[in-house]
Design a protein around this ligand. Structure first.
Ligand code: SAM
Length: 235
C-alpha cells in the first residue's frame, strides 16, 4: 500500500510519479528534478576518484524520464531540470505545450576540475514553461536567469543528486503558485524550500530510503517555520 505523510502544508506520497499524478489530477505548478538522460561512462584515470557517477548509474538516475508528465493538462507551469544533452529535444516539446519557455542555468561555484574531451561540468539547466495566466513572478533579482551556488554534495544529505537549497529557492522565487508539486522529490529539497517560502507542497518519491529522508527534512523545516521569530525592534 502506498505511504502518505502529511507534514504541515506538505503531503508526501511514496510511490510512482506517473501513477500518483494520474490519481491526484491537476496540480498548480510542477517543479521537476527527474532522472537526467546522459552518459555516465568515461572519466579516464580520474574515474575512481569520482564515485558519484557510479552511484547515479547504479540508481538508474541516468536513464531520463517520460516528459509527457510535464503537461498543461496537469500543471499551469513547470520548472524542469535537465542535462545539457536533453535540451535540444526537451525545449521544443515544452515550447509546443506551453505559452512561453525560458532556459535558466545553475552555475556551480565548486564544479569538478575535469573536462577531458568536453566542457567542464559546471552548469546545469532548468526550463521554466508557463501558460499565459501563470507567468513568472518575483522581484527583478528573482527574475535573473541564473544562480551561482555550490554543488549539493557538501550538504550532508544522503542522495547522489541532491539539489542545494539556494538553487531550489531561486526556482521557487519565480513560480506563480501557492502550492508546488515535485513528482521526483528525492531527498525533499524542493519541499524544504517550499515550506521556508510558506508554500504548500506535494511530493512523490518511489525510493523508501529517500522518501524517509524527505519526510525528516521537511518535518524539520515545518518545525523551524513554527518557531516564532524575534520581532524587529520598533524605533
Ligand atoms: C534527480 S533525483 C531528485 C533529487 C532531489 N531534487 C533532491 O534534491 O534530493 C530523482 C529522484 O526521482 C526518483 N524517481 C525516479 N523515477 C521515479 C518514479 N517513476 N516515480 C517516483 N520517483 C522516481 C528517484 O528515486 C530519485 O530520488
Amino acid at each position: 500500500m502506498r505511504r502518505v505523510e502529511v507534514i504541515g502544508s506538505a503531503t508526501l506520497y511514496q510511490g510512482d510519479a506517473y501513477e500518483t499524478l494520474e490519481e491526484l489530477g491537476p496540480q498548480d505548478a510542477g517543479v521537476f528534478d527527474p532522472p537526467y538522460e546522459f552518459a555516465t561512462s568515461g572519466g579516464g584515470r580520474f574515474r575512481k576518484a569520482r564515485p558519484n557517477m557510479d552511484q547515479i548509474a547504479a540508481a538508474g538516475l541516468d536513464k531520463g524520464f517520460d516528459d509527457r508528465i510535464c503537461s498543461p493538462a496537469i500543471f499551469r507551469s513547470v520548472a524542469v531540470f535537465c542535462h545539457n544533452d536533453q535540451l535540444p529535444e526537451l525545449l521544443p516539446r515544452l515550447a509546443a505545450r506551453f505559452y512561453r519557455t525560458v532556459v535558466c542555468a545553475w552555475h556551480k561555484s565548486n564544479a569538478l576540475p575535469v573536462a577531458n574531451k568536453h566542457y567542464r561540468p559546471d552548469t546545469e539547466f532548468w526550463i521554466h514553461a508557463w501558460l499565459a495566466d501563470a507567468h513568472p513572478v518575483g522581484s527583478l533579482t528573482d527574475k535573473a536567469r541564473w544562480i551561482l551556488s555550490e554543488n549539493g554534495r557538501f550538504t550532508g544529505v544522503d542522495h547522489p543528486t541532491v539539489k542545494p537549497e539556494p538553487v531550489m529557492d531561486k526556482v521557487l522565487a519565480t513560480i506563480n503558485a501557492r502550492r508546488v508539486c515535485d513528482p521526483f522529490m528525492g531527498s525533499g529539497s524542493t519541499g524544504v524550500a517550499a515550506i521556508k517560502r510558506g508554500l504548500g507542497f506535494t511530493g512523490v518519491e518511489r525510493d523508501p530510503k529517500h522518501f524517509d529522508t524527505a519526510c525528516r527534512r521537511i518535518e524539520a523545516a515545518v518545525k523551524a517555520s513554527e518557531i516564532p521569530q524575534p520581532r524587529e525592534a520598533v524605533r
